[in-house]
Design a protein around this ligand. Structure first.
Ligand code: MN
Length: 436
């Protein structure tokens, strides 16, 4: 069958091109092979190059195959302002939707003229948070991050004895998850001048970001049931960039004995375009090999697929002055998600291993992604080594931690010889002064 005349087309073939010119840009994030989903003002949408197609518009123009257009759940999923309904569709309908969209956008598509009329400019679309998140959990899965932070707070005992046995996490707060671009107000809280207090209450002086990768759960398990690790990858809907904003001075005073609380739950930013796990298949890699001294992983956590993903991750900072003057943001770090000690499948399987029910749209984040080198440290606490090694921005000013007006920009992309680059776009947020 001629691909161009079919209504369905599997988009992972690296040779495919789109008639949307900007999708074929080798340094772009959104080729035909990506097709990430997000939410614009008229509901669920797909991103292609620098353009956006609202799925409701495509339905109204009769561009979906009959099997989808007559599926009540699909119709309902397109009428809401988030992706939960699409994630709840059965897997066959979901892949049919992806293949149907690919067929609309592939070079030579017979419906090009019809689709072209519907495309919007991505710059005109206001990104919103893609899911209604019922629960949010943040892990601590990078060995370099856990070792670095541990050595600052507990020099004699950086890595606790449980760390290589059990994926450590804490329950975050879903209500304060915000879309890329939402301003972040500097939090107030209790901080101390010396380790034993007494505390004072006021604006955090040690504002930080944490560069993380998050994923949304696409298939639920019943309360009391578990998720086998071999099945976990296929229950992930898709991935986003996550900024787990952190107030280090508040964290230091409150974190023992129960872990992070107000130092983190004032805001978490997610990138708007959810890159589906199908688009990341070509970039899936096993977790890093365990060394001879490392404990053997318990069998319920042995990830047979190897579900780390080779995502290059960058953090850039632009001060208000730099933005006003049009100075390019300063690259602060570059690392890779492939270095994570615990994989996404291990995090999800572990979370459900006690019978905890995971729901569609739950967000699980990886914890700060740090690698072994200085340049790959994913938060300022590590990057400036608790403020002892400040970094210099493009306007000549120094940073130990974030100043009011600073914009933090996170980028992520997958690159491999012979395959178009699959990108995540950006996750942005500007620090606003604390409330009066
Ligand atoms: Mn975190």
């Amino acid at each position: 069958m001629n691909v161009a005349s079919s209504m369905l087309l599997s988009p992972n073939d690296p040779a495919l091109r789109s008639w949307v010119e900007s999708a074929n840009d080798a340094s772009g994030d959104f080729p035909l092979q990506n097709l990430p989903l997000g939410v614009v003002e008229d509901g669920p949408a797909v991103r292609i190059g620098e353009r956006v197609l609202c799925l409701r518009d495509a339905l109204d123009a009769d561009l979906f195959v009959k099997k989808l257009a007559s599926n009540d759940e699909f119709l309902m999923a397109l009428d809401v302002g988030w992706l939960n309904g699409i994630a709840e569709l059965d897997p066959l309908a979901q892949s049919m939707m992806r293949e149907n969209i690919a067929a609309m956008l592939v070079h030579g598509s017979p419906v090009r003229t019809k689709v072209e009329r519907l495309l919007r400019d991505a710059n005109d679309c206001e990104p919103t948070a893609p899911f209604v998140v019922g629960d949010y959990t943040d892990f601590y899965a990078s060995l370099s991050h856990a070792t670095n932070v541990g050595s600052m707070f507990r020099p004699t005992n950086p890595l606790l004895p449980n760390w290589k046995h059990v994926p450590i996490g804490y329950h975050g707060r879903a209500s304060s998850i915000v879309a890329s671009g939402a301003p972040i107000r500097r939090p107030k809280g209790q901080t101390v001048a010396s380790d034993d207090g007494p505390p004072t209450f006021g604006p955090s002086k040690l504002m930080d970001y944490e560069l993380e990768v998050g994923f949304f759960v696409g298939r639920a398990n019943e309360l009391g049931d578990t998720i086998p690790v071999a099945d976990a990858w296929n229950r992930i809907f898709g991935f986003v960039l996550v900024n787990d904003w952190s107030a280090r001075d508040i964290q230091k005073w409150e974190y023992q004995p129960l872990g992070p609380f107000l130092a983190k739950n004032f805001a978490t930013t997610v990138s708007p375009w959810v890159v589906l796990r199908q688009a990341l298949e070509p970039f899936r890699v096993p977790g890093p090999p365990r060394s001879a001294e490392d404990p053997q992983v318990l069998s319920y956590l042995a990830d047979p697929l190897g579900t780390n993903v080779d995502i290059t991750l960058e953090v850039l900072i632009a001060s208000r002055d730099m933005r006003d003057k049009g100075t390019a943001p300063t690259l602060v770090s570059r690392g890779s998600f492939r270095d994570m000690f615990w994989t996404p499948a291990q995090m999800l399987a572990h979370h459900a291993s006690n019978g905890c029910n995971m729901e569609v749209g739950d967000l699980l984040a990886s914890g700060t992604v740090s690698g072994p080198t200085k340049e790959s440290r994913g938060c300022l606490l590590e990057r400036t080594w608790r403020g002892t090694e400040p970094i210099t921005l493009g306007d000549g000013t120094e940073r130990k931690f974030l100043a009011d007006g600073d914009e933090v920009i996170m980028r992520g992309f997958c690159e491999r010889e012979g395959h178009p680059r699959i990108g995540f776009g950006e996750c942005r947020g500007v620090i606003m002064p604390a409330s009066a």
